[in-house]
Design a protein around this ligand. Structure first.
Ligand code: CMP
Length: 141
């Protein structure tokens, strides 16, 4: 497996609960390299653009408003098979269905306020990473 990058977001609910540091510790302990990291407070337009693939879904407007409630911690993570490994660490989208020991099981409160986001494919990562990070903000090593 070749090295992959994925976009990770600690969502406003988890930042507000002050568990962002615990989530970063889990990421580091799982062996990911943090290639970029920043805190941003998204505008509604930025959230709408980010989740544009969900624009026809009934939860789109509510999800976009939720993402603007407070700052998010954005990261680019690098590892072998990073996309699937970060999804495994997050757990299922719905925290009620997430496995014990996953981030969403431990920190999420609903399917919308589900603590974290991760790219779902290499194609998504290739769109999501440059949506938030310029090449100058990436620190490869
Ligand atoms: P995320 O991994 O960020 O990708 C899309 C987001 O939409 C997802 O996490 C959830 O926060 C949200 N989402 C998915 N399904 C639903 C749903 N049925 N109701 C509300 N929000 C949802």
């Amino acid at each position: 497996m070749t090295t992959q990058r994925t976009l990770a977001i600690v969502k406003p609910d988890a930042v507000a609960k002050r568990v962002a540091g615990q989530i970063v510790t889990r990421i580091e302990n799982a062996g990911f390299t943090i290639v970029a990291l920043k805190l941003i407070h998204m505008s509604l337009d930025e959230a709408r653009g980010f989740y544009i693939v969900h624009r026809e879904r009934p939860f789109y407007q509510s999800l976009c408003e939720f993402m603007t409630q407070g700052p998010c911690l954005l990261m680019v993570l690098e590892a072998d098979n990073a996309i699937q490994r970060w999804r495994d660490l997050m757990g299922a989208t719905d925290p009620a269905k997430a496995a014990p020991g996953t981030i969403r099981r431990d920190f999420a409160s609903s399917i919308e306020a589900n603590a974290v986001h991760g790219s779902d494919s290499p194609e998504s990562a290739a769109v999501e990473i440059p949506y938030f990070f310029s090449s100058l903000e990436l620190c490869p090593r």
